[in-house]
Design a protein around this ligand. Structure first.
Ligand SMILES: Nc1ncnc2c1ncn2[C@@H]1O[C@H](COP(=O)(O)OP(=O)(O)OP(=O)(O)O)[C@@H](O)[C@H]1O
Length: 351
């Protein structure tokens, strides 16, 4: 394998670097990298890996673009709302760099597909936003013996690390158990500074480039934390826990992380199956409802207890919010108050 004339032109500023040169650029061309998630982190990771000339890039994400993603998911435009993230990413990035071979996976990474997928790549990069996927990616990376580049963001703070690099510590060494789901809200419930995933995702791409070219120090056994408000960075060291053994995947990472999909959580599709034989309750804030709603009565979660008498239904009640967290809480509150009708909450996005 060699670089074509056009590729040499495209990557000239890399080739000029003694640390990369034509040899390093060829390594980048030969590299195969899988990116989980094409959201906030994924957009930055994918943009820089594509620009850097990673020869084969897999993108796995089953989600569609929402207008509220545009504040940070910079590969997308307003015309893309409703379209597949993974497919749109690849379409856009093929224009940035026509020399890349993209693999499209419009599905969720899960216990059934992870091992086969990971086997086909050299490095895995996690741009997902949830604990079940992080533990799944970690375990699959250990089983398939691939380095995993981790990134996570929360409001104004981010973290980066590289797991399982030449036998280094893994996510389970750093975080042996997942937090209680009620203590780990996501961006759609608490917000996130738009620039943050751009920075953390770029740092993740940087780790990939270093590993492929064999330059610099890889962030293995180290966790970099970044605070956007104070601009303080720290690099914390952690050790491999040799007592942790990972030999097979857990069949249900949601359950393992305490996310119990009980009878009362339903999806948008299951809602359709109720054939409108229910009343709806929206527990989001007024400004969210004004932007978009799917009907029903409106009581923000914070006012639910004192205004519960407004809910006079004796039909089934389906409660909804943005992502299922507030509506789940609302169902618990209504049960405690003594509501006897069947209560459901919508556990996926209403958009
Ligand atoms: N198991 C998984 N397999 C594939 N993609 C995943 C998986 N888990 C999460 N993702 C994807 O990772 C991305 C994370 O993006 P981000 O953190 O910006 O959140 P979002 O879901 O796009 O936005 P918001 O939380 O504001 O609605 C999403 O596109 C999501 O679909």
């Amino acid at each position: 394998m060699s670089l074509t004339r056009e590729e040499r032109k495209q990557y000239d500023r890399h080739i000029l670097l003694d640390e990369i040169g034509e040899k390093g650029q060829l390594k980048l061309k030969k590299a195969r990298v899988l990116v989980i998630g094409a959201g906030g982190l994924g957009c930055a990771i994918l943009q820089y890996l594509t620009a850097a000339g990673i020869g084969t890039i897999g993108v796995i994400d089953d989600d569609v673009i929402e207008q509220s993603n545009l504040q940070r998911q910079i590969l997308y435009t307003i015309d893309d709302v409703g379209k597949s993230k993974a497919a749109t990413t690849i379409k856009r990035l093929s224009r940035l760099n026509p020399f890349i071979n993209f693999h499209l996976f419009q599905e969720k990474l899960n216990s059934k597909n992870a091992i086969e997928l990971f086997n086909d790549y050299d490095i895995i990069v996690d741009g997902s936003d949830n604990f079940p996927t992080r533990y799944l990616a970690n375990d699959a990376a250990v089983i398939t013996n691939k380095p995993l580049v981790y990134g996570a963001i929360f409001k104004f703070e981010g973290q980066v690390s590289v797991f399982n690099y030449k036998g280094s510590a893994t996510y389970r060494c750093l975080y042996p158990t997942s937090p209680d789901p009620k203590d780990s809200p996501n961006c759609s419930d608490i917000g996130v500074l738009g620039v943050l995933p751009g920075i953390i995702g770029s740092l993740q791409a940087n780790e990939v480039i270093k590993m492929v070219c064999g330059i610099g120090n890889v962030l293995s056994n180290q966790l970099l934390t970044y605070n956007m408000l104070t601009m303080q960075q720290m690099v914390l060291t952690y050790k491999k826990n040799t007592s942790i053994e990972i030999n097979e995947l857990n069949p249900d990472y949601n359950y393992a992380c305490g996310i119990k999909v009980d009878d009362y959580g339903i999806t948008k599709n299951q809602l359709k199956a109720l054939h409108e034989n229910y009343d709806l309750l929206d527990v989001r804030e007024l400004h969210e409802r004004e932007l978009h709603h799917i009907g029903g009565h409106h009581i923000p979660l914070s006012e639910l207890e004192k205004r519960s008498s407004e809910i006079t239904t004796d039909r089934d009640l389906v409660v909804y919010c943005k992502s299922g967290i507030r509506s789940k809480k609302a169902v618990q509150i209504l049960k405690q108050i003594g509501f006897k009708n069947t209560l459901f909450y919508l556990n996926d996005s209403i958009f």
